[in-house]
Design a protein around this ligand. Sequence first.
Ligand code: FES
Ligand code: FES
Length: 152
Amino acid sequence: MVNGAAFDVTVPDHETLLSTLRDRLELTGTKLVCGRGECGACTVLVDGTAVYACLTLTAACESRAVTTIEGIGREDALHPVQAAFIEHDAAQCGFCTPGQIVAAIALLERNPSPTEDDVRRGMSGNLCRCGTYPKIVRAVMAAADQARAADG
Ligand code: FES
Ligand code: FES
């Protein structure tokens, strides 16, 4: 299941989820950078947990729910984390941004009231070569504030 839709694909045992998403399903929002679990550009959710798609085998995802950046919000109804990234100008080239947003959503799911240090630690597996870290932290904190306010 990817972004709520079922896909029936036959893949080699060694094919990564990142390859399947990008090359077979044409979901290219999930980025390939290092390809070896060091940068977080390929972060997706599997059953709600953030994973590196470049280190995840597609065969291990049978019957599991995969969510990519394409499944998070819509252009006319952004997810609050996406809106906060825009509001706080938390992207420069934007290449790391899909992975950052997916990782932030998973972080806030685990910890809806993070401190700035929690956000820095929780997002430490997502690198940004443009160095937007301070703005990313601000955006994630703002999204957390907004979610708590919405919950009353
Ligand atoms: S491309 Fe997967 S961690 Fe860098
Ligand atoms: S915004 Fe360019 S790599 Fe993060």
